[in-house]
Design a protein around this ligand. Structure first.
Ligand SMILES: C=CC1=C(C)c2cc3[nH]c(cc4nc(cc5[nH]c(cc1n2)c(C)c5CCC(=O)O)C(CCC(=O)O)=C4C)c(C)c3C=C
Ligand SMILES: [Fe+2]
Ligand SMILES: [Fe+2]
Length: 340
């Protein structure tokens, strides 16, 4: 039968396993139109913006997309990776993928990454894996805490692409890992080592999570609860006092009430309360990006220092560090159980 099929048809290839690391996505460049294209795709996602379409469409297209691309483009330009001419989120996600691919190569596992918005698109990556003969695919949303605005929409996009395939691979999705002991240990060690490297003793360490509208929590999104649990487990792992490790939420967008306490407001208030030395990290991000490198490490630092702060340190995300990759590899191997 294979005589009549092209050499690269899935049926004539040795079956492989594919692993896809899913992340949010990022613009291809910092100019107005590149950022606008990305923001339009992102902010048109009904999992992200639950406002009814008839009401949201004019707000997005007539107001937000006229001014936000310029403002965000300026922020992206400040953190842009000049070496590869790419956004740090894509550079780091690719490094994580290459690292994991090396670790899994001996097991016949192909590793790729895909973005929910922008490139490489989830559909193109899944089609590529299928064409390479991957008959089993594990989707790994790289969000430690589950949210419909991130994890669910990443999976939705993958299933949309799979829904168009005649010969659909078997598919699994990796669960959120907010309380995975290996994640807690890895995050805890990164805090302990990050603080040990500083030339000052922070009065408080802030775990700043990406925020979301309070309404989404009220409608049942478990994200808020999972953020608090991650910080509580890390605090217990480190054996620290409750007052030493705080939770805040960043990146407020639009006029509605978002999860509190807000990171920017907290950074502006801490010096007045006598806490003039802080270290801050962002456990909801598996890779450093505009929200950490620009919003926290630049804007957040300015807010804190202008309010009378004396010492400010940003502790990076786990990125493609050895320990961070050990954690991802362990999770992937566990979720591939029975397939390897
Ligand atoms: C408007 C609603 C938004 C919700 C809800 C939201 C949730 C959410 N986002 C992340 C992770 C990331 N967000 C990033 C950027 C970003 N997020 C929003 C809006 C919402 N996010 C916008 C408009 C942007 C773009 C940047 C800007 O214009 O300010 C990123 C970084 C992307 C990058 O290119 O570097 C990440 C990662 C999580 C975990 C989350 C969960 C509640
Ligand atoms: Fe976001
Ligand atoms: Fe932001």
């Amino acid at each position: 039968m294979s005589d009549s099929l092209p050499a690269n048809h899935p049926i004539v290839q040795k079956p492989k396993i594919g692993v896809v690391l899913l992340n949010l996505g990022t613009p291809d460049a910092t100019d107005y139109w590149s950022v606008r294209r990305y923001l339009k795709e992102f902010l048109s996602d009904p999992r992200v913006i639950e406002t009814p379409k008839w009401l949201w469409w004019p707000i997005l297209n007539l107001a937000i997309l006229s001014f936000r691309p310029q403002k965000s483009g300026h922020a992206y330009a400040q953190i842009w990776d000049q070496r590869t001419n790419e956004s740090p989120l894509r550079v780091i996600t690719r490094a994580q993928t290459e690292n994991l691919a090396q670790r899994m190569a001996g097991d016949g596992v192909v590793v790729e990454y895909a973005m929910r918005y922008g490139n490489p698109s989830t559909r193109s990556v899944l089609e590529k894996l299928q064409a390479q003969g991957c008959q089993k695919i594990l989707l790994v949303p790289l969000y430690p805490q589950y949210s419909a605005t991130t994890t669910a929409t990443a999976n939705d996009k993958a299933f949309e692409a799979l829904g168009k395939m005649r010969w659909q691979p078997a598919v699994r999705t990796a669960p959120a890992y907010f309380d995975d002991p290996k994640y807690i240990e890895t995050l805890g060690n990164s805090i302990r080592d990050g603080v040990a490297k500083l030339d000052f003793e922070p009065d408080v360490v802030i775990t700043s999570y990406h925020g979301m509208p309070v309404e989404y929590l009220e409608r049942g999104d478990p994200y808020h609860c999972q953020c608090f649990k991650t910080t509580r487990l890390v605090r217990e792992y480190l054996g620290w006092d409750k007052s030493k490790l705080m939770v805040t939420f960043q990146s407020r967008f639009g006029p509605t009430k978002w999860l509190e306490p807000y990171t920017d407001v907290t950074l502006g208030e801490l010096p007045g309360k006598g806490m003039k030395k802080v270290a801050i990290l962002a456990p909801a991000f598996s890779a450093d990006c505009i929200e950490t490198l620009e919003e926290i490490a630049m804007q957040g630092k300015d807010t804190f220092m202008e309010a009378g702060g004396e010492q400010f340190a940003y502790i990076p995300c786990l990125n493609d560090s050895d320990e961070g990759m050990d954690m991802i590899e362990a999770m992937v191997r566990r979720e591939l159980g029975g397939w390897l």
